[in-house]
Structure formats: structure tokens, C-alpha cells
Design a protein around this ligand. Sequence first.
Ligand SMILES: Cc1ncc(COP(=O)(O)O)c(C=O)c1O
Length: 362
Amino acid sequence: MIPLAELPTPTLLVDLDRLERNIASMAGAFAAAGVGLRPHIKTSKCWEVARRQLDAGAIGFTCSTAVEVAWLQSRGVTDLLWAHVPIGPRKVAFVVDSIARHGGGLTVSLDSVEAARPLSVAAEAAGVTVPFVLEVDTGHGRLGVEPSAAIATAAGIAALPGLRLRGVLTHEGHISALAERSDLERAGAAAGTLLVSIAEDLRAAEFAVEVVSVGSTPGATSAPFVPGVTEGRPGTYVYFDGNQIRLGSCTLDQCAQTVLARVASVRRAGRPIIDAGVKAMSSDTIAVAGGVGLVLDRPGVTFPEANEEHGFLHEGDADPLAVGDLVRLVPNHACGTTNMWSHLYAVRGDMAVERWEISARY
Ligand SMILES: Cc1ncc(COP(=O)(O)O)c(C=O)c1O
């Protein structure tokens, strides 16, 4: 056990009490509704966190990269959804090889016949069948087929040898653009309803649809609970972050991930400089207007700007900080911050109790 004051700074921390509460409450809500919870691993990339999610009832994980898939397979996780189109020869070979070696356990996401064709050729040559879900764009405007083209696209892909349709997937990320929580909840439910209706159309067209998968943290209280949805894929909920506070998904006291930093200079009155910048926090400022992160336990102190290794705080009317003081910062986007770090300290209260590796970064 190491007191926080003895840790190097900057350091990435995860508060165990908050982490455990976040895991238990999402798992409880999904279990009560009979919906599978397939957390996105990109938020933690950390086995000790993943293990706790599995112990709490997660059915498997969602991955965004081949490295995440390979890492979780090496840890023995056998139910993985790679929610990104496996495009290019390396990803195609990785999918086919991993299904051949593990005898299944991996489902990929596809949204066009063009993207599916090389995978089909490789799967057929290797004598394996690749299970896939059809990604549908329910409003996010990223990957995903237009709802009106879903049946034709699913039929076109499923007709290719070596590929087997398992169901449909959407990422309702567009709901994050809505300012009012009630609008956001309605939009999350609408995305789920649209996906279920596409699943029903596919069943009417004689396709076996076993998976109806929605997924996001802001949508985790709405989309998964539409009747007919089989699983949800929130990721950020495990730590929460500044963006999720703004979206009404959580409160500050649920945020489990922080960066520990020290005041390095107070030479400019009201403008302390800390030893954590964008390489500690990530430069993700998308949703918390103009800030690099939130400052914990220092009411009135803000974190408007940063260089790579320097952070610029504004004290406002708060008590002045002194050189050497510790500050804890809540990142705007937990997943981006995780990706900056090779390890973290798990803390209870003011004590670091374990050091955990962060895996599967680029
Ligand atoms: C396909 C997919 N599923 C699930 C998630 C998890 O969403 P969140 O980060 O809001 O928890 C994401 C996040 O980007 C995603 O892209």
C-alpha cells in the first residue's frame, strides 16, 4: 500500500469503491431486465477491470481493434464482438486465423458486400465460417448501413460463402449531441426500437437473428431495455468521465478514473501550473466546453488549457494552491485517457493498493 503523496506524478488512478459500484449497478440493471451486458473493453484495456466485469455477469466484451481481440483471447475470453469492419488483408487474416484457432468465439461487424467479400474468400479458403452482425446506422452517421438498405445488404453478405449472419448491431452515439436528458433517453429508445424492427424484418425474410445489439453509455438507460434488444455494449460507464457528467449519465462522485498531478509553479497569481498536460489527460475536449478536465475536491478551480506536460489551472476565488500540492483531475473522456497510459494505480481512499497494467494499446 502506497499513500497517494508518495506516488510519482502524473499518475493514472482508479478508485476501487467507485469502480466496483459502477460495475455492480450496470450489471444489476441489465440482469434485472434479462439483457446481456457486453462492455466495451476500450475504456479500461485492463484485465483486473475486465475480470471484475465478467465476475459481475458480463457475457463477453466488445472490442474495437484486433489487438484488443487478441489480448482478450489470450486471457481466455471466448465471447467477443469486434464492432469494427475487418478491412484489409491483415485484419481479414486475423479474423479467419483466430476463428480457426479458437473454434469460434468471435463475431465481426459488417456493413457492405464490398467489405465482406475478401473475408468471405479467405474464410472459404480456410474452411471456416465467420459469424457476423450487420451494423445499422440508426442516426450516428458513422459505420452502418441505412435502415432502408438493411435487408438487401444482409442478404447480399449472407449469400457469400464462409459468412453467417447472427444479427444486427447499432452504436447510438448520435444521442450524445442532445442537451436534454429526456430527449437523449427518447433518442436512445428510438434507436433500439428501429434496430428491433430491422431484426423483425430480417426474421420475416427467413434470416435467423439471435443478436440485437445496441451500445453506448449515454444510451445505457434506454436503448438496451427496448423489448427485443438482446444485449447492450456500454464501455465508459466503468469509469465514467466529464463528458458523461455533462450528458447526465453520472455524477462527479461516480467518476472512478482520475489523474494525480502536482503543482509545479505558482509564479503567476491565480494561474498554478501542474505537471499533467495533454499527454496525461488526452487532448479530448469534445464535450466539456473549453476544458482539459475537471479538478476534484477544489471547488472553483478550473483546468482550461494544457501543453504536452504542463497544465494551466485557473483558481478563481478558490484558496491558492502551493508548489507541491497534489490535485486530482477527472478526464473529459475516460477511454482516450486510458490509451495514454501503460499502467494505473488502484486506490482506496488515499492509499494505492495495487498497480495494474493497461494492455492492447496501439
Ligand atoms: C461500436 C461501439 N459500441 C459501444 C461503444 C461504447 O460506448 P460508450 O463509450 O458511450 O460507453 C462504442 C463507443 O464508442 C462503440 O463505438
